[in-house]
Design a protein around this ligand. Structure first.
Ligand code: ADP
Ligand code: MG
Ligand code: MG
Length: 879
């Protein structure tokens, strides 16, 4: 029977795609295809990951067979033998999911070593020290990575040995000492696991491969997946690859390279090299690598080939590449390539440069920018003037963008706890590891003592768009004593420092920050492309002229949601509002409203003035009334005095307004139905403001009035009548030919279902996805925090439905509503407000269902513009 193939040699895998091969596997196949020299090997596909779990975390027999057949193929090509006592084949076992995923199992190198093969290796290379060193590393990695046991004790054995002999470098340890270390490592293994270190390479391989699949489900990987919207179902692939030895001596070495500068985007190779070392030394930040000029000086021919190959790869992928390489006895091997992670600023520059170099077109450039981290470009940086006058206390590598100021925190848990308590912190570590992710998220910035541009801290920080300075060797971090020593000064958790991710400088104290310029340079250029290609308009949610101004600078094309309740909460207004709520009669209520109206009107006037030609959509009062009422005794007394009521009467009224479930109670348009005078006052303020501004500027304002929480047509008609009566009369008296629009939010499932009827009355719809999500799910956003984590943990939900639209459920209602609404009124203007309006993945959906605009908070506007353009480029609408 022809069996399905689950294991592919690199040269047979070209074109199978990263879904099946994972990112690393796809890269290895691609490099083989374009003729870049890489060590032989094969990929076990991502499909096996699911099979592994289905078989009770075991590799099915037919897959084990395919694996060993693939090993035979490597043996043939290399002339080496797996487990052989002559010319032994050693391999690395490398995980590789579709998207690069810190948290997955680390790579195991030198697999296949045992007493016999290590002797053969020593003999054939004539380098016993190298053989013993490889064996030592392998036992350590196998114990730590495949078996998941802490490496602390084994590291200590080496550290003690070095100390006892006064060695500074690992390379000073002698062959005999390494031999002894191997014996002790093995004894330690036996003591820990109650069995001998596996000497059979086949057994070693299967344990290691299984460990990779197991790591797909470890807590660190799960946290990372959540943060980055990576579905659990994807699974990881495993790559098994013949070793290239960078630790064979002075004509060997290892390094990492970016084809362009990942911090600034500058078109110049940015690389590091570590002579006589294996890859893990660099990646783990154990030794800080040297500048690539070291390779140029030692082996100019290898360096030339290195530069040429990088150019070939960059031209092939038409994007900045992040590569690993190893030189074995003067022969250059590449081990990995991928599109390099970069700071948002570098991403911009690289995209524009690639267009200028003719490698990509404008549309591709737009799609190259990561919308999720795009808002990082709007981050303030340190004030340049202040920086000039301030001397840094230390300098490291500029590894992650932006500027961060905060007190020193020494552990991830501490950073998280202090952030929760409202403090700003900088996470300071000797080096970071995947366990530190929560702390990195919580911190304003990260500072590490060790590690280069591809150390864990640097890679993760760039991915998060977090400010990071790494490899700052002048800062001696003592995590036990909880101190950082720089020169002769000692800093503690009480001290505030500032780290500049753009320069690598570290300063004492906090430094003033300034806003970036959004019209100039690469940003302006990219945004002009973005605006050319998108179909969705982008509006903003803004209640104040300040927000509106900011949003306009960010490119907002109108206000999609002005929440008027915020306008009632101001100190000078809430008192009138409270009087209005406590009123017993319509007259009393109208008198209180009359106090509020001029204030509302002037708010609207300034919003109209700021927005100029763009429309402003005002939503009528929405929250439950009791939210406005005071709880404090003093305030209650003051209110009683002003309204000529007794304190008890006020308290009774407050009690009366209490609702068991306010979010589903007396709020939204229910307020307009019960207290039409509120709606009248608001309409009057909106229209009078529009009339005044129209007269003042000579341009007719076109107000949009939005009714919240509508359930059905009759209800909307009732409220609309109130609005139109007031508005028409005011406009008639003004003598202006002013238009206005009345529409509704769709935020209750019933309204979505009855959209065909509601559209008879509504000129526009706006999906309020916060309420629509709560009502569709049947739980409130405010309470969801208590149980959603369990839903993520058990993979019932994979992302927060309040941040990213639940396309399956809520999205179905939206799709239906759009269809029904437009069937009644083909030119129905439809948008979305609510948090998902600024979320790239949700925006793609809104583009696809044919909305006219999205509205989001001012800070998200550029992200939304970009995401809208990317959606339009990837999924063109039928015109
Ligand atoms: P990661 O995804 O954490 O970078 P990798 O699988 O790329 O893990 O490997 C970690 C380090 O080991 C890298 O420096 C890599 O170049 C090196 N490495 C992996 N496989 C081999 C190999 N077959 N020969 C030499 N070095 C290797
Ligand atoms: Mg790698
Ligand atoms: Mg709502």
């Amino acid at each position: 029977m022809a069996e399905k193939k689950y294991v592919y040699a690199f040269e047979d895998a070209h074109g199978l795609g990263r879904e099946l091969l994972g990112g690393k596997g796809a890269g290895l196949a691609e490099m083989t295809h374009i003729g870049v020299r890489i060590p032989e090997g094969f990929t076990i596909t991502t499909e096996v990951c699911a099979l592994f779990y289905e078989s009770g975390k075991k590799l099915p027999e037919y897959i084990v067979e395919q694996i060993f057949e693939a090993v035979k193929v490597i043996e043939k090509k290399t002339g080496k033998v797996f487990g052989g006592s002559h010319n032994p084949l050693l391999v690395s076992v490398r995980s590789g999911a579709r998207a690069s995923m810190p948290g997955m199992m680390d790579t195991i190198l030198n697999l296949g070593l045992n007493d016999e093969t290590v002797a053969a290796l020593a003999k054939e290379t004539g380098n016993e020290r190298f053989a013993m060193d490889s064996f030592r590393r392998f036992i350590l990695m196998f114990t730590n990575i495949a078996k998941g046991h802490s490496r602390e004790e084994m590291d200590k054995m080496l550290a003690d040995l070095k100390e006892k002999n006064g060695y500074k470098l690992d390379t000073e340890v002698t062959t005999e000492q390494l031999k002894d270390l191997v014996t002790r490592y093995k004894a330690y293994y036996k003591k820990t696991f109650g069995e001998d270190f596996p000497s059979d390479p086949k057994e070693q391989l299967l344990v290691a491969v299984s460990a990779v699949f197991k790591s797909w489900d470890n807590p660190r990987a799960n946290v990372y997946r959540m943060m980055n919207n990576i579905p659990y179902s994807w699974g990881t692939a495993v790559n098994v690859q013949s070793m290239a030895f960078g630790n064979k001596g002075e004509t060997s070495g290892t390094g990492v390279a970016f084809s362009r500068d990942p911090a600034t985007g500058e078109n110049k190779i940015s690389a590091e090299y570590l002579p006589n070392a294996q890859g893990e030394d660099v990646v783990a930040g154990i030794r800080t690598p040297l500048h690539i000029d070291e390779l140029k000086a030692r082996m100019p021919k290898v360096y030339d080939e290195f530069v040429k190959t990088i150019k070939i790869m960059e031209n092939h992928y038409r994007d900045m590449q992040d590569m690993e390489f190893t030189v074995e006895d003067g022969v250059l091997y590449f081990l990995q390539t991928r599109n390099g992670k970069r700071t948002p600023a570098a991403a911009l520059k690289i995209a524009c440069d690639l267009v200028d170099e003719g490698l990509i077109n404008e549309k591709e450039a737009v799609c190259r920018i990561d919308a999720m981290s795009f808002d990082k470009l709007l981050l303030p940086g340190f004030d340049k003037q202040v920086l000039k006058e301030t001397t840094p206390i230390a300098k490291g590598l500029a590894a992650g963008p932006g500027a961060g100021t905060g007190a020193i925190a020494f552990t991830a848990e501490e950073a998280e706890a202090r952030k929760k308590a409202g403090e700003k912190v900088i996470l300071v570590r000797a080096e970071t590891s995947p366990e530190d992710i929560v702390g990195m998220v919580a911190a304003q910035g990260i500072l590490t003592m060790r590690g280069g541009m591809t150390s864990h801290a640097a890679v993760v920080a760039r991915g998060m768009g977090k400010c990071c300075v790494c490899g700052c060797s002048a800062a001696i971090v003592d995590e036990h004593a909880r101190t950082v020593t720089i020169g002769d000064k000692v800093y503690t958790d009480k001290d505030v420092i500032s780290v500049d991710g753009n320069t690598g400088n570290v300063y004492f104290g906090s430094i003033k920050t300034v806003e970036p310029d959004l019209t100039a340079g690469y940003f302006g250029r990219l945004m002009s492309w973005v605006d050319e290609y998108r179909d969705l308009k982008v509006r903003t949610n803004a209640d104040t002229p300040l927000d509106a101004k900011q949003a306009k600078i960010f490119g907002a094309q109108g206000i999609g949601l002005c929440r008027t309740e915020h306008m009632f909460f101001a100190k000078d207004r809430i008192f009138s509002m409270r009087k209005m709520i406590l009123a017993d009669t319509v007259e009393e209520r109208e008198a209180a409203l009359a106090e509020i109206e001029p204030m509302q009107q002037s708010d609207f006037e300034s919003l109209y003035e700021v927005m100029g030609d763009f429309n402003v959509n005002v939503r009528l009062l929405d929250p439950p009334l009791h939210e406005f009422l005071p709880q404090e005794e003093g305030l209650i007394e003051e209110l009683a005095l002003a309204t000529k009521k007794t304190v008890q009467q006020v308290k009774d009224r407050i009690a009366e307004l209490h609702e068991a479930n306010p979010m589903m109670g007396h709020r939204g348009c229910r307020l307009a139905v019960t207290y039409p005078e509120i709606c009248r006052m608001q309409t009057s303020a909106i229209i009078k403001a529009a009339i005044n501004v129209s007269k003042k500027t000579g341009k007719l304002v076109e107000p949009e009035i939005m009714v919240p929480l509508i359930l059905e047509e009759k209800e909307l008609k009732f409220v609309k009548n109130i609005i139109c009566q007031v508005a028409d009369e005011l406009i008639a008296t003004s003598g202006l030919n002013m238009k206005y629009h009345v529409g509704t939010m769709i935020e209750i499932p019933r309204a979505a279902l009855l959209s065909d009827e509601i559209a008879k009355e509504a000129e526009f719809f706006s999906f309020g996805t916060n309420d629509l999500t709560q009502m569709t799910f049947g739980f409130s956003r405010d309470d969801a925090g208590k149980f959603l984590p369990a839903y993520y943990e058990n993979k019932i939900l994979e992302e927060d439905p309040f941040k990213t639209l639940d396309q399956n459920g809520v999205g179905k209602l939206i799709t239906l509503s759009v269809k029904l609404g437009r069937a009644t009124r083909p030119n129905l203007h439809i948008g979305v407000c609510g948090e998902t309006g600024g979320d790239p993945k949700s925006i793609e959906f809104y583009h696809k269902v044919g909305l006219d605009y999205v509205s989001c908070s001012p800070f998200r506007v550029p992200v939304a513009r970009l995401a809208a353009a990317q959606a339009a480029i990837l999924f063109p609408r039928k015109k």
